[in-house]
Design a protein around this ligand. Structure first.
Ligand code: PMP
Length: 385
């Protein structure tokens, strides 16, 4: 029979061609579908077929948790992007970067004399708190904003700081806020690709975390990786993965390897050029609309020299960090919601609700609808004043 048409929520009718005018612009999630057309252009070279008998055993049966070949390809991709110094560092896979964030907290909080306080400078990605609270035990607990510990007179506290660079939600490059012998940092570099930021220099920290989700866009594969300088920390993270999962899905690894091979064809630069072009275009379009408004502002990201492009380049962040400037607009997300736009409230990131985050990572349709709704909101505003 005829295939049943699965319409996206904004379209209806027998062949999904009818746009529903009251459809919301959903800019809630960081789902990187902006890369879908790139993979459509590389459909054949990135396709995977896995025979039923293939790779059935546990990932530890060959005495290694990882596919050496995939690791080699990932290191090569970093060499092309010039975004990380991977030489001399241990490599470990996780179920998304999410699992490695927990593994790193676990590893860094072992054998301490007191409970480690886990912190992240606001505005901060919400999952650090969610996950640390969820797994809280006597060794670590979530303690909020890293900036509040900056001038603390208590220099004996063990601190673990999540450093998100570039940051989710605001796209800014960051360094650790805290320093000292009792401070350890986990660098969440999942957006540290030419897609989303200038790369001023290759990252070279002790614990650095990356993910397929924001590099190739394959968030559903749940594959992340970490580079770790210290052997002991690496081994503890490895034991975490072993206890939680035994090992990481072979199918995810096989698919990732195929994607890496497709990326590394020719000189390997195409995905970065594609992603930067698309994300910087989106940022320009959004900025052009917002410049007309006094009601809203977005973050400023200065042009910076980029090690990948070998020139100064403009911003291309994953999210817009919107601020409602009017005194009465204390809940920015509500203002957006009334204009049929779905963002995420500032309080989720540990700051005031005067801020809201809009995802710029989704499909062209999602982004265009967002522009349309924002444009309408702003022009109505201008004419009513
Ligand atoms: N870190 C940051 C800063 C993120 O924004 C995300 C995804 N939104 C993650 C980690 C988790 O990504 P994943 O588990 O898909 O690798």
């Amino acid at each position: 029979g005829k295939p049943v048409c699965e319409c996206n929520t904004c379209y209806g009718g027998p062949d999904c061609s009818l746009f529903s005018p009251d459809c919301a612009a959903d800019a809630l999630r960081g789902d990187p579908l902006f890369l879908e057309p790139f993979w459509m252009q590389h459909a054949a070279s990135s396709a995977v077929v896995v025979a039923g008998w293939h790779r059935m055993s546990y990932t530890f049966s060959d005495d290694s948790y990882i596919s050496q070949e995939l690791e080699t390809h990932i290191r090569r991709a970093h060499a092309v992007a010039r975004n990380a110094i991977t030489k001399g560092k241990y490599f470990i896979f996780g179920g998304g970067s999410t699992q490695l964030l927990a593994a790193a907290v676990y590893a860094l909080s072992m054998n301490l004399s007191s409970t480690a306080k886990v912190v992240a400078a606001a505005p901060a990605y919400p999952l650090y708190k969610t996950q640390t609270d969820f797994f809280q035990n006597t060794r670590f607990e979530y303690d909020g904003d890293a900036s509040l510990f900056k001038n603390s007179s208590d220099t004996t506290a063990n601190l673990i700081e999540f450093v998100t660079s570039p940051n989710n939600p605001d796209g800014n490059l960051r360094e650790a806020v805290l320093q000292g012998p009792k401070v350890r940092a986990i660098y969440d570099h999942v957006y540290y690709w030419p897609h989303f930021t200038a790369i001023p220099a290759p990252a070279n920290e002790d614990v650095m975390i990356f993910t397929m989700s924001k590099f190739t866009g394959h968030a559903g594969s749940r594959l992340g990786w970490a580079f770790v300088k210290d052997e002991d920390v690496y081994q503890k993270m490895q034991s975490y993965i072993e206890a939680a999962e035994i090992g990481i899905s072979r199918e995810a690894q096989l698919r990732a390897l195929k994607l890496m091979k497709a990326i590394l064809q020719a000189d390997g630069r195409e995905i970065f050029e594609y992603a930067y072009k698309k994300m910087s275009y989106r940022w320009r379009k959004l900025s052009d609309i917002l410049v007309l408004s006094e009601r809203f502002s977005i973050q400023e990201i200065p042009p910076l020299f980029c090690n990948f492009f070998e020139r100064v380049r403009g911003p291309s962040p994953a999210y817009a960090w919107l601020k409602c400037e009017r005194e009465n607009d204390t809940n920015c997300n509500q203002v957006l919601r009334a204009a049929n736009i779905i963002g995420r409230a500032g309080s989720a990131f540990n700051v005031e609700d005067r801020y809201a985050r809009l995802s710029l990572l989704k499909t062209d349709d999602d982004f265009n609808l967002l522009l349309l709704r924002l444009g309408k909101l702003i022009s109505e505003d201008i004419y009513t004043i």
